[in-house]
Design a protein around this ligand. Structure first.
Ligand code: SF4
Ligand code: SF4
Length: 457
């Protein structure tokens, strides 16, 4: 592939990779796998919006331009702070001029290394993230001055302890009973403590003025994403689910101001497409909502399989989806520094992660989203060995069945070993959605015919 050649022979990148301490030889093997997958998943699509080209070019130089930019900032005195979860109060990082990154691993490649230390029956996101660090395979990881963990699931919690042996790691204590006053206060104190940690690391004060500007920036990022998502409610859909997933994934890596600009430009193009009735899939194509565990680069397997089966993904109830951007930090009632922090803490507690008990808001949210995006069916996505999301399926399934929305659960990992089985199950599900749409349409037109003949029109 020409792209493979371009990446491997980029002397500038290689010098940079050696400088940040990457294992360049193994990294070569990792990075050469990306272009063919990217081409097959993304570049074979027809009628993509023009403004997606910015996001394509980001991926095509994923381990080059952006990590170099981050590294340059580090060399100029800005700290780099990495995290692994939507519970990452990035506003403090922006407020001190540091660089926030979300470093969750989505690749199979480093998992074998991680399994030398972590149990094999651990979720692939945890193993991949850990493997990237211990194998020196990720230039973003290499720049991080501090990693931020959180007490969400058991696997992550224990992994952060081990990660702390490689890079300074600060773990936020996230209480698991979000509805209790005690928990809310504890979380507020944890968020406040994190502010102190960021100030200490960067040697810069988070003033109210800087924090307000940072909250505004993070809110604008969320609003830009919401604007793109909103266009997916149209039929035909103006953009594929795969392309939106790509944008979502890059929200965690890109410079925030630039990302807001590029995402708003894309949204503008999509809004014009909706006005013209232009789409990427045929009008009436089965519409799928994906709900469940997050998908980080280059985890595109499920979207690709669904969209190559003739359906279109119209939204993701996920931390690489609506859970990331739905709520804004509302500072309208804030009159003190603590009020600003409390507003942030409250916003984050609205993320319906399956680590909470109870988490009754999530099934309600999935049903609401299915309605808003006119989903014909839901694919419930579980990363292998994720007990939280796997167990919560029972409640989500019940809520969806109560309103007559079909749902299928897919439990998978980052490997390609189940591609064939996945394809068969998804194709069967999509055929079922098509048949049910056709029969609904037939009964609507029959009803209309009966009404017309009854009124003699
Ligand atoms: S699913 Fe839960 S643990 Fe995973 S990123 Fe989202 S909030 Fe964090
Ligand atoms: S997908 Fe599940 S098991 Fe994996 S890190 Fe997230 S909450 Fe933990």
């Amino acid at each position: 592939m020409t792209e493979t050649k371009k990446i491997r022979t980029d002397v500038d990148n290689e010098t940079f990779w050696r400088e940040v301490g990457l294992d360049v030889e193994r990294h070569d093997d990792l990075i050469k796998g990306l272009p063919p997958v990217f081409e097959s998943v993304f570049l074979t699509q027809k009628n993509r919006p023009e403004k997606i080209s910015y996001f394509d070019s980001f991926i095509q130089d994923l381990h080059g331009k952006r990590p170099k930019e981050v590294y340059d900032r580090k060399n100029n005195g800005d700290k780099v702070i990495g995290a692994f979860c939507a519970f990452f109060p990035e506003e403090f990082v922006h407020a001190t001029g540091a660089v926030p990154l979300v470093l969750c691993g989505g690749a199979e490649f480093p998992i074998a290394d991680a399994e030398k230390i972590l149990p094999r029956n651990t979720c692939p996101l945890i193993k991949s993230s850990f493997g990237f660090k211990i194998s020196n395979l990720c230039p973003y990881f290499q720049s991080a001055d501090l990693l931020v963990g959180e007490t969400t699931c058991g696997g992550k919690k224990k992994m952060y302890e081990l990660l702390g042996e490689y890079v300074p790691t600060h773990t936020l204590h996230l209480p698991h009973k979000k509805d209790e006053a005690l928990s809310r206060n504890l979380w507020f104190e944890e968020v406040k403590k994190f502010k102190g940690k960021v100030e200490e690391l960067t040697g810069r004060k988070v003033t109210d003025e800087k924090l307000l500007a940072a909250i505004d920036l993070a809110n604008r990022k969320r609003l830009a994403l919401a604007r793109v998502y909103n266009t997916r409610k149209a039929d035909p859909v103006p953009i594929s689910g795969k392309d939106v997933l790509l944008v979502m994934q890059l929200a965690l890596f890109d410079d925030a101001e630039r990302f807001v600009k590029k995402t708003n430009e894309l949204a503008e193009e999509l809004e014009a497409r909706v006005d013209r009735g232009e789409g990427v899939a045929a009008k009436g194509a089965p519409r799928v909502l994906i709900s469940g565990t997050p998908m980080t680069i280059p985890n595109w397997k499920l979207h690709d399989t669904i969209e190559k089966s003739g359906a279109v993904v119209v939204t993701e109830e996920s931390c690489t989806g609506t859970r990331y951007f739905t709520d804004l930090v509302d500072t309208s009632d804030a009159s003190s520094s603590d009020d600003l922090i409390r507003a942030m803490a409250e916003k984050y507690l609205h993320i319906n992660c399956a680590c909470f008990t109870p988490n009754n808001e999530r099934p309600v949210d999935v049903v609401r989203l299915a309605g808003e995006y006119k989903a014909d069916g839901v694919v419930y996505y579980v990363l292998q060995f994720c007990h939280e999301f796997n167990t919560e399926f029972a409640k989500v399934e019940r809520a969806l069945r109560a309103v007559g929305i079909p749902v299928i659960k897919i439990e998978t990992d980052y490997s390609d070993s189940d591609r064939g089985q996945l394809k068969t199950r998804i194709e069967t599900f999509v055929e079922m959605l098509k048949a049910s749409k056709a029969s609904k349409a037939a009964s609507v037109s029959k009803e209309a015919g009966i009404k017309a003949s009854a009124t003699g029109s």
